[in-house]
Design a protein around this ligand. Structure first.
Ligand code: ZN
Length: 284
């Protein structure tokens, strides 16, 4: 079997960059929503701010958390502690199991971000984007990243995972997350096929709807089956009528970098969940 660390290293730089560029081209040629059509300045400003958030978060993770995650993995190896250390399965089964556990954690972390008011304060920075595109996948407040990264320390230890398993999960999840945030649409049969396994562009557009019942659905980031298992799967046929963003953050300041940084610390009552959904709900 090839060395997992080498595999992850060789994949980690090139493929994500190619995916990002391809999606930006796709959004330019065939956007789903037309908010940036003939508005290149607005699109560049919007993208630069979102990527700015991504760069800050990458620095925070590189400086603090990679070392912490490495320490947790080494400590579990040294003490022979953690589920995977006790079971001693073949590496490829361990890899699959770890990916499932990390994705289960991501689902519930995301769900708690919507249901626990303190966490929602930070997560609403991501949801306040009324012009969602591929760059929105990088728009997370550093506070949210710090909290989720911190929780991964005990998770790695309890699981007894090696760091390459977390890197593998990130590398598998990255293209899917960029893809379902992108301002694109797939032909219906492809969309349906994709969401049978993964969180799809339509699923995630519904998650970014400003209609609260839709915002509080479709929490999955990678595998779509968590939403079906835990009863949070939601679909509508006329997704192109969705109003993206949050009703309570529609001022010009809310679309600026420093304004967004302040969103967690501002008072904003969640808009009522009234019956304002114009869409047609369908059960699938
Ligand atoms: Zn969310």
């Amino acid at each position: 079997m090839p060395d997992p660390d080498a595999f992850v290293d060789s994949y980690s730089n090139l493929v994500p960059a190619l995916i990002l560029i391809s999606l930006i081209v796709w959004e330019t040629v065939g956007p789903c929503f037309r908010y940036f059509v003939r508005r290149p300045g607005k699109r560049v400003r919007h993208g630069a701010i979102n990527i700015g958030f991504g760069i800050i978060n990458a620095i925070v993770i590189a400086i603090i958390f990679v070392t912490a995650w490495e320490a947790a993995a080494k400590w579990s190896l040294k003490t022979n502690f953690g589920i995977l250390r006790w079971t001693a399965l073949p590496p490829w089964i361990e890899g699959i199991f770890a990916v499932l556990v990390f994705d289960f954690f991501t689902y519930w972390w995301h769900r708690f971000n919507h249901t626990i008011p303190f966490l929602w304060r930070f997560h609403r920075v991501h949801h306040s984007d009324a012009e969602m595109d591929v760059t929105t996948a990088n728009r997370f407040h550093a506070g949210e990243i710090v909290m989720s990264s911190l929780l991964r320390v005990p998770l790695l230890f309890l699981l007894g995972a090696d760091l390459w398993m977390l890197a593998l999960y990130e590398l598998l999840m990255f293209p899917v997350v960029q893809f379902h945030h992108a301002n694109i649409r797939l032909p219906d049969p492809l969309e349906k096929g994709f969401r049978a396994i993964f969180a799809s562009p339509v699923m995630h557009k519904i998650h970014h709807s400003d209609y609260v019942k839709e915002t509080n659905s479709n929490y999955t980031s990678f595998f779509s089956f968590w939403d079906r298992i835990f009863g949070t799967y939601r679909m509508r046929e006329d997704f192109e009528l969705i109003q993206l963003g949050l009703k309570e953050f529609r001022e010009p300041e809310d679309a600026q970098f420093f304004g967004m940084l302040k969103i967690p610390f501002r008072k904003a009552k969640r808009a009522s969940s009234g019956n304002d959904c114009k869409g047609t709900e369908i059960e699938l």
